[in-house]
Design a protein around this ligand. Structure first.
Ligand code: NAP
Length: 256
């Protein structure tokens, strides 16, 4: 039987909701009458205008919080802010991710390896997620079925890596998978009603993938709306033993 039959009166948090898949989750969940509250985080105002406008349109249901995931003090502040209003979370989806940013571009070969860029990938794609796991744990200490998901990527699968390249992004997603798997074990002891999973969204039409879409056949490039609804289906079908697993958008399990 699915772990979460319905999210009635659920409190949710979408991390990295300014654009792309994160903003798509907010748009979808706003229309879902089972959801009571959505706490949506963004890093900078410049890219968060749509999210901020949505907050003005749905002030009761949607709250925006500024939070850079690479700064632990900002995570602590955001969690404090949420904890002042509610005492439990039922669904958290971390959608933060970095593939390219200005001069930082995915490496095609060892010649392009740059320690600072590698650290930046790990800081945003891996460490931020485990800091969230650390500070959100108290809000998952309750008896209602809950899910803490992080959006990973299939290219973070070590077993599936046939193509090479993208050293920093691949390694940081592999590290994310290990950190979430380890957190799943601890959550299993501290808040056993919460499943911790990593999810591969499939190639999705966002700013992150845009420079790399040429080689993707159109039927394999998902719209944000499609990705969001596929991932929510995977989340709703999770079963009690699924914590610590890495799922693809179609619900299949991916190799580590
Ligand atoms: N799109 C794909 O094809 C694809 C495929 C596989 C996996 N993924 C994964 O899916 C997730 C969502 O990606 P997306 O495609 O929606 O990309 P996106 O549109 O570029 O969104 C990435 C989000 O991460 C936020 N972010 C980046 N650095 C941050 C930081 N230091 N602190 C807080 N937020 C930060 C961005 O905020 P700003 O607006 O401030 O930049 C943005 O909201 C990522 O984990 C990505 O790796 C995507």
């Amino acid at each position: 039987m699915p772990f979460i039959e319905s999210f009635n009166n659920a409190n949710t948090m979408i991390v990295g909701a300014s654009q792309g898949i994160g903003l798509g989750f907010v748009r979808h969940l706003i229309q879902d009458t089972r959801i009571n509250n959505i706490y949506a985080t963004y890093r900078q105002q410049q890219t968060a205008q749509e999210l901020i406008e949505l907050t003005e349109e749905y002030p009761k249901k949607l709250t925006c919080i500024q939070m850079d995931i690479s700064d632990e003090t900002q995570i602590v502040e955001a969690v404090k802010n949420i904890s002042a209003k509610i005492n439990k979370l039922h669904l958290v989806i971390n959608c933060v991710g970095l593939l390219h940013e200005g001069d930082l571009q995915p490496e095609k070969s060892l010649r392009q390896i740059n320690p600072e860029n590698l650290l930046r990938y790990f800081q945003i794609n891996s460490i931020g997620a485990v800091l969230l796991a650390k500070h959100l744990l108290p809000l998952f200490r309750h008896q209602e079925p809950s899910v803490f998901a992080a959006i990973s990527a299939k290219v973070g699968s070590i077993g599936d890596n046939q193509l090479g390249g993208w050293y920093g992004y691949r390694a940081s997603k592999a590290a994310l998978n290990m950190l979430m798997r380890t957190a799943a074990i601890e959550y299993g002891r501290s808040c056993p009603q919460t499943l911790v999973v990593t999810l591969h969204p499939g190639t999705t039409d966002t700013n992150l993938s845009r420079p790399f879409q040429r080689s993707v056949p159109p039927e394999k490039l998902f719209s944000v709306e499609r990705t969001v609804s596929q991932l929510l289906t995977v989340i709703e079908k999770l079963e009690a033993g699924d914590s610590g697993q890495f799922f693809s958008w179609d619900g299949s399990k991916l190799p580590w």
